[in-house]
Design a protein around this ligand. Structure first.
Ligand code: DI6
Ligand code: FE
Length: 402
């Protein structure tokens, strides 16, 4: 079994038992068979571990590898033209109503081969890995027909064979009503979305099920049907909720014990309470808020007061959040949503792991957890959220290797 020790690091463990960042000054981490075997002050390294091959990280900051728990990384084309239209005054909802928006990416994704989707996604993935990401979630939802939804999920899974990364796949067939079902959302659910979910799940391609609950997408009654189908398949759910208006999506998600409810700009206190009671994570997506120039920020103070865990993610997608940097999402989360740098870092590690149902394996540095680590050329952990641009990653360790 390969064993190694990282020594002389400033370790931000994010472990819940330790206050704040869970700092261990001049710390060491012993890794065995891809998992953390021991961590503590370098001076207290047990003699049996002191003989293991050693990497001296020279006082650098060591954190859990980052986790991007909400992305739409697999898609074809881009929507720079809609960026221009929005700058000329059109709104995101108006562009969607005119047949652009998600539908425009659906047309381009349907026309792309699986190889082309893979080739387009790889540089986006590589940019995240270069910033210390070890795990990410990738959604379908730009196919909206069975063949393309399954193709997107296969591409997402394939990425994890081509790169050292853990990928969780999410079925997002209820992302938009495709043009061939205009005005017939239930027909789309009956004839395409729900059968595609069953087929994708039968092929082992689905880790969770998501939907877009919004006036321009699906109503709560339709999302409920999707969640019931997910429950019948034994799959956890999550939801794009309260992004542009309040339809009570977060409470609906909580009713189904959702892993997370995401966006949440228009979330109200009953929704927060429902999420708290269900231990549903709030995934905040400042890239979409920024790109759409939204005015209403998510109710961070209410989420704090009710003890709802907050994660942060890129929402990387070609329309509302063409953001390929999780570090920049940390900065935006602090600047736009007033998160503390500690909340931001915890949101892209510990709470993001929770949002993916991976809290037992990842997200903090504790004995027994997978050894996915990031070593940074910074002193204080707050520096990770403070910079705009630039990348202080010095080393990324995945499953103990790197
Ligand atoms: N909300 C989002 O932020 C993405 N999907 C969703 O439901 C945006 C998708 C897009 O505009 O392509
Ligand atoms: Fe999204």
């Amino acid at each position: 079994m390969p064993c190694r020790v990282l020594s002389h690091g400033r370790i931000a463990s994010l472990a819940p038992g330790r206050p704040g960042y869970g700092l261990i000054e001049d710390g060491a981490i012993a890794i065995e068979a891809g998992r953390i075997a021991w961590l503590g002050p370098t001076a207290e390294l047990p003699p049996a571990l002191a003989a293991w091959p050693r990497t001296d990280v020279g006082g650098r900051l060591v954190t859990p590898a980052l986790i991007d728990c909400h992305t739409h990384l697999v898609f074809a084309g881009n929507r720079a033209r809609e960026f221009e239209l929005r700058l000329e005054g059109a709104s995101y909802a108006e562009i969607a109503a005119a047949g652009g928006g998600i539908r425009s990416t659906v047309a381009q994704t349907r026309a792309a081969s699986e190889a082309a989707l893979l080739a387009a996604a790889l540089p986006r993935l590589d940019a995240l890995l270069a910033e210390g990401v070890g795990t990410l979630e990738i959604k379908s939802g730009y196919g909206l027909d069975q063949a393309t939804e399954l193709a997107m999920l296969r591409v997402a899974r394939r990425l994890a064979e081509l790169r050292p990364v853990r990928i969780k796949t999410t079925f997002l067939g209820a992302h938009a009503v495709p043009p061939e079902f205009e005005g017939e959302p239930d027909g789309y659910l009956d004839r395409v979305c729900l059968p595609s979910l069953k087929a994708a799940a039968a092929s082992g391609l689905v880790d969770a099920v998501d939907g877009f609950c919004e006036t321009i997408a699906f109503q709560p009654a339709q999302i409920r049907r999707v969640f019931e189908a997910a429950a019948a398949l034994g799959l956890p759910v999550k939801l794009h909720a309260e992004q542009l208006s309040n339809l009570g999506g977060a409470a609906l998600a909580a009713e189904f014990k959702a892993l997370s409810a995401d966006h949440l700009e228009y979330l109200d206190e009953p929704g927060v309470e429902a999420m708290a009671a269900a231990s549903t994570v709030a995934v905040l997506l400042p890239g979409a808020f920024y790109s759409l120039r939204e005015r209403q920020a998510p109710p961070v103070e209410l989420l704090r007061r009710h003890g709802v865990p907050m994660a942060l993610a890129t929402d990387c997608n070609p329309g509302s959040s063409p953001l390929g940097s999780l570090l920049l999402a940390l900065n935006l989360g602090c600047t736009l949503f007033r998160l503390t740098p500690l909340e931001a870092l915890a949101g892209a590690t510990r709470e993001a792991a929770r949002a993916l149902g991976l809290a037992d394996e990842l997200g903090t540095l504790e004995p027994g957890k997978l050894a996915d680590l990031a070593v940074w050329d910074v002193q204080a952990p707050a520096e990770l959220a403070y910079r705009i641009g630039g990348n202080p990653l010095q080393r990324r360790i995945f499953g103990g290797i790197g």
